[in-house]
Design a protein around this ligand. Structure first.
Ligand SMILES: Nc1ncnc2c1ncn2[C@@H]1O[C@H](COP(=O)(O)OP(=O)(O)OP(=O)(O)O)[C@@H](O)[C@H]1O
Length: 245
């Protein structure tokens, strides 16, 4: 059964160039001024994902990987084409985005888990485990904004990976945690995959991609260049861009 169906997907952004307008431009005729342009961050992207697949998204910086995850999460909407997601999404993207700066760690856990449909009783039952996994027992009453960046990542991973959603989106974040925490995260991802969850992982780490993913999507210049077994995708990427993911 397909859990994600993406067809003819396209999204464009404005390139705001006002700050780069040169002094000379001010005196140039209107037609000669640098005009703010738009560009397609993704275009003509089509693929489908079956339940339980683990997909690695690779590509150089700025090629649309995070944008693709945001489209799957429904955080941004496409300008062309469609994204159909059957089932809930647990998004570990833009870590700071999901949490409220002035709320405490505890309130953020209840808020995020609640927004994903967990009842208060379920959150009560999971709370100690969530905080324990993140290793931030002493900071439960601390405003989120006062956590260190590593602690923010730990909290985010701990909460989001605990959500009862069939699709998990992970964007790069594992790179931020320390070694012991990364290993803890890897084990949890493996457990989630064993339960049949679907994973989307954006990473520049070839080892992580090979460890978890069976299939890869290689994005370049906003297009889906290769959709195939992760080894083939990494090989092609290395051939074209010399070296690592
Ligand atoms: N909200 C936005 N407004 C304008 N441009 C955006 C926005 N979000 C992304 N972009 C642009 O879209 C392109 C793709 O960005 P995206 O973050 O998806 O790349 P990426 O492949 O994830 O890169 P990286 O490997 O550096 O994380 C970039 O040129 C980026 O500047």
């Amino acid at each position: 059964m397909a859990v994600i169906e993406v067809a003819g997907l396209g999204i464009r952004f404005k390139r705001t160039r006002s700050s780069r307008r040169s002094f000379k431009d001010l005196f140039a005729g209107r037609a000669r001024r640098t005009r703010p342009g738009e560009f397609w961050a993704l275009r003509d992207v089509t693929f489908r994902v079956e339940a339980g697949e683990a997909i690695g998204v690779v590509g150089r910086n700025g090629q649309g990987k995070s944008t693709l995850l945001k489209l799957v999460a429904g955080v941004v909407l496409p300008d062309e084409g469609t994204v159909d997601v059957h089932g809930g999404v647990a998004p570990l993207i833009e870590i700071t985005g999901g949490f409220v700066q002035d709320l405490t760690v505890k309130d953020n856990v209840y808020l995020t888990a609640g927004l994903h449909g967990m009842t208060k009783a379920e959150i009560d039952a999971a709370f100690d485990e969530i905080i324990g996994f993140a290793g931030i027992e002493d900071f439960v009453g601390t405003p989120y904004k006062h956590l260190s960046s590593g602690m923010k990542v730990r909290l985010a991973f701990s909460v989001v990976s605990r959500l009862d959603e069939p699709i998990l989106l992970v964007d790069e974040v594992l790179a931020v945690g320390d070694k012991a925490f990364r290993e803890q995260c890897y084990r949890r991802i493996e457990a989630l995959l064993a339960e049949g969850r679907t994973l989307f992982l954006v990473s520049h780490n070839e080892r992580d991609l090979k460890r978890f993913c069976t299939r890869g999507l290689y994005l370049d210049k906003g297009g889906l260049v290769v959709d195939g077994p992760i080894e083939d995708v990494l090989e092609r990427y290395a051939r074209e861009h010399g070296g690592k993911a």
